[in-house]
Design a protein around this ligand. Sequence first.
Ligand code: PLP
Length: 382
Amino acid sequence: MIYADHNATSPLRPEAREAMLAVYDMGPVNPSSVHTAGRAARGVIERTRTTLGGAIGSRAEDIVFTSGGTESDSLAVHGAVAGLESKCTLIVSALEHEAIGKAAAHSGAVVETAYLTSAGTVDLEDLASRLKSWDHAAKGTPVLCLMLANNETGILQPVAEAAALVRDAGGLTICDAVQGLGKVPVNVGLLGVDYLALSAHKIGGPQGAGALWHRAGAPLKAVQYGGGQERGLRSGTENVAAIAGFGAAIEAAMRDMPNYQTLGSLRDAMEARLEAEGGVIVTGKGSPRLAGVSNFAKPGFAAETQVMAMDLAGVCVSAGSACSSGKVKRSLVLMAMGADDTLAESAIRTSFGWSTLPSDFDGVADAWLKAAERIIAKEASV
Ligand code: PLP
């Protein structure tokens, strides 16, 4: 099998597995317990907090562990809106993951859309002009939601520039860095954001662990109540093993980041072959992108059909726009970039990562070209 779906979830790294097994072998671990076993569990969590802080250039104490990216996004959006007593307007970029988009829609705050350029990056001119004439009395604090790297296309966003515009207008920025962590340098100070959402399983950590970093002093209220864990910001017994796995995964991902970058030239060669031999259209070629992501389309060749044909050939990829039920929809991200329906319905995403072998790129291209030849020829003959 060739696994080219790292943006959906990355295989568990051996380092993460080992760290988790070590926790399971510790016996009962409740970090809130004051006895020896509890204190040992607390040690695991605090060491991981320090590791993660080191990876994103933050103080450990500004990190809240959660169950994953969705919860981190939700805590950022709902927690910021509550912290601002709803006196805010959310400016949500047109390419946000549903974990941000739906949290914003359910937050009770007014939501505006930040539009994209055809290059797939947020339109900074439009954002700047909007913020220049911002009516604070009527709209409250502007809160921008802008992801670091898009899950469908891998396109990197000008987060630091956008956050600076928002800061100058007295606003706040929530950055979903779930797909960027461990693949491009992430430094909260350089990004200038106020909240940063992270997830373990996109970098070879386990599912069930994530984190929200927030700038000290940034408005943030808890959205769930209970035992007051994580400084009262996320009640609930911590998933100690998953957090340990997250820590081991981030260490490995930081170590391997130069290797990840080498995927870019292999990806480019794969795209060049698919363009030349299969007539595909690649999205985001001219924009800064994650090295391991390629989103391409063959208009008229349904994304769902491509994904199934690739699966039969032993290659795991996904339609850029697959939702949690596995149903394929038209890609809203591509539509927001100005793509037409035909392109948006025929785009698939391949995403590579730490376990990828150089030969996987040819394997993906071979499988796609064979499937396209067979299916398109068959469709043409009926
Ligand atoms: N944000 C982005 C950009 C994502 O790609 C994902 C997952 O696909 C999430 C958030 C949700 O993360 P999790 O699966 O950890 O809840």
